[in-house]
Design a binder for this molecule. Structure first.
Ligand code: SAM
Ligand code: SF4
Length: 345
């Protein structure tokens, strides 16, 4: 299998991660690369500068980091990016992390992807214990798709979705709502996704990073979209909370599940159970705040995990109550300077 040296599986410790507001941290998202084969207009600028390779955690270091969080009670792990499946050798990381599924110390190993590499990797992901994937797809119109992703081809993503379903992976589609771009396409997207047995989630555009376009031009409040969808569909609120920012409804006409992620018009922080680590080992306790902790230094400082464990515990004790996102109408500048592809969506 791998050349990766695997740290031992520790039993969950009694010092499980609980933040100052009593929220237990059970969900870790890890960005494994800042690179991507697309340049989506809301996510990256066309001429993104990427991190030097030396700054990135190696696959072994990523495994060690994830393992340290799992030992502290993380039960769900999502790999993201950038595009996680363009990271060289990424299957060795899935393979090594799958031991935690086998051991019962991890409930779910999953990923968010743009789908282009799924024809190559779907079957292998399934073998490594991945059951579900989130695929991002904002439009079914090939020209719009090219315009939104700048570099992408719709057919490749559709082939990726086919491959994932053929491999037995459950697929959820995520779409960012973009004013004047896909706002009229949601009924078609919902019918298509639900018709193929896939849940569908709409995401409100968030002000992360300078992407070279005015945020106000892109921003479509989901309250408006939801009101429009309500004219067409019967939407029954579902109670389920994932600890995440999505609120779900069942669409009576299709039988499918529809989610709304509304960081701007709604606050979802009170039940937040998650933190994020970047591909350089920076831990962000909140997607919408600047405060961060460097885990790379303690990780590299010694082979034992003592320093790393202490840095993680200390960081969680600083997890803020919530985010401060505002689309600033006067300045129209991003609320945070880092891009989504750095923190990981
Ligand atoms: N490349 C993968 C993908 O596109 O699925 C994973 C990383 S991407 C950063 C994760 C998710 O973040 C995608 O669904 C993308 O649409 C979303 N995203 C990126 N920038 C965003 C922004 N400014 N506001 C809201 N969602 C954003
Ligand atoms: Fe790449 Fe995903 Fe960002 Fe699009 S949203 S540029 S696919 S990382």
């Amino acid at each position: 299998m791998t050349g990766i040296h695997l740290p031992a599986i520790d039993q969950p410790q009694s010092d499980a991660l609980v933040d100052p507001f009593g929220r237990a941290i059970s969900y870790l998202r890890v960005s494994v690369t800042d690179r991507c084969d697309f340049r989506c207009v809301y996510c990256m600028s066309e001429d993104m500068a990427f991190l030097p390779k030396a700054d990135l955690l190696s696959l072994e270091e990523l495994d060690r980091l994830c393992t340290a969080f799992i030992a502290k009670g993380v039960r769900k792990l999502r790999l993201t990016g950038g595009e996680p499946l363009v990271r060289r050798g990424i299957m060795t990381l899935f393979a090594s992390l799958s031991r935690h599924l086998d051991a019962g110390t991890l409930d779910e190993l999953t990923l968010t992807t743009n789908g282009t590499q799924l024809p190559k990797y779907a079957a292998e992901l399934k073998q490594h214990g991945v059951k579900r994937v989130n695929v991002s797809l904002d439009t079914l119109d090939p020209d719009k798709f090219r315009a939104v992703t700048r570099w992408g081809e719709l057919d490749k993503v559709l082939a990726g979705i086919d491959a994932a379903q053929a491999a037995g992976l459950k697929v959820k589609i995520n779409a960012v709502a973009l004013k004047g771009v896909n706002e009229d396409e949601f009924p078609a997207l919902i019918d298509w996704a639900h018709g193929r047995g896939m849940d569908f989630t709409v995401i409100e555009v968030m002000p992360l990073g300078d992407v070279g376009a005015g945020r106000l031009d892109q921003y479509l409040p989901l309250s408006m979209l939801r009101a429009r969808l309500a004219e067409r569909y019967t939407m029954e609120d579902l109670d389920e909370r994932t600890g995440g920012p999505a609120r779900y409804v069942r669409v009576a006409e299709t039988g499918g599940k529809l989610g709304f992620i509304t960081p701007m018009t709604h606050n979802f922080c009170e039940s937040c159970n998650r933190v994020r680590v970047t591909c350089t080992g920076t831990l962000y306790m909140c997607l919408g705040q600047e405060d961060a902790a460097d885990l790379r230094r303690p990780l590299r400082a010694s082979e034992s995990n003592d320093l790393l464990d202490a840095a993680i515990t200390d960081a969680i004790s600083r997890k803020p109550k919530g985010h401060d996102f505002v689309i600033d109408r006067r300045r129209s500048r991003p609320a945070l300077t880092r891009h989504m592809s750095v923190t990981g969506g």
